[in-house]
Design a protein around this ligand. Structure first.
Ligand SMILES: [Zn+2]
Length: 174
């Protein structure tokens, strides 16, 4: 009975492994076997300490004792445009947090309310920082886009920030 249940489970798992549905996680021991087989007669440095993992017998680096797992990596990771796109928002968000302090503290010390321009800059910074959080959440959607579309996003992000910056400079000169 036990055997047929196992067979049934295997068939069920095989049936679930269509290209549209991801398979169940590989059995841990199976994954370890594949890792050790990969490292047999192969010079691979430990990702943590660089120790040569050739002929490893258990899924742990003998040098730094870090647990090792089998993983799939990209031949050429392309995060370039993503990083370029989030950079202005990242700095704006950090600046917005810092700018909030004088906006709150100066009126408390009797210095009067912050000028509306400063509040507007801070609001833009928060909005921009929030946009970065949304982008980080949907990073895989971004990374799936063609390079040209990713470049356009980067240009738009930088364009918006430069326009706002130039607008502020123009306003402060008035
Ligand atoms: Zn190591």
């Amino acid at each position: 009975m036990g055997l047929s249940e196992d067979a049934g489970a295997s068939i069920a798992r095989a049936a679930a492994c269509t290209p549209l549905h991801s398979c169940e996680p590989m059995e841990a021991s199976e994954s370890v076997d594949l890792l050790l087989a990969f490292l047999r007669e192969r010079d691979v440095p430990c990702p943590a300490c660089g120790y040569n993992l050739r002929n490893l017998t258990r899924p742990q680096c003998p040098e730094c004792r870090k647990e090792l797992v089998l993983a799939v990596g990209l031949k050429k990771p392309r995060f370039g445009w993503f990083l370029v796109t989030i950079t202005p928002g990242l700095f704006s968000g950090i600046a917005a947090v810092l700018l909030l302090m004088p906006i709150i503290i100066v009126p408390l010390l009797g210095g009067g309310p912050a000028p509306w321009r400063v509040v507007a800059v801070d609001a833009f910074g928060w909005l921009s920082g929030f946009a970065v959080l949304v982008l980080l959440n949907y990073r895989f959607v971004f990374l799936r886009q063609p390079q040209a579309a990713q470049r356009t996003c980067a240009v738009v992000a930088w364009g918006i920030h430069l326009i706002v910056l130039l607008g502020l400079i123009a306003l402060s000169l008035l």
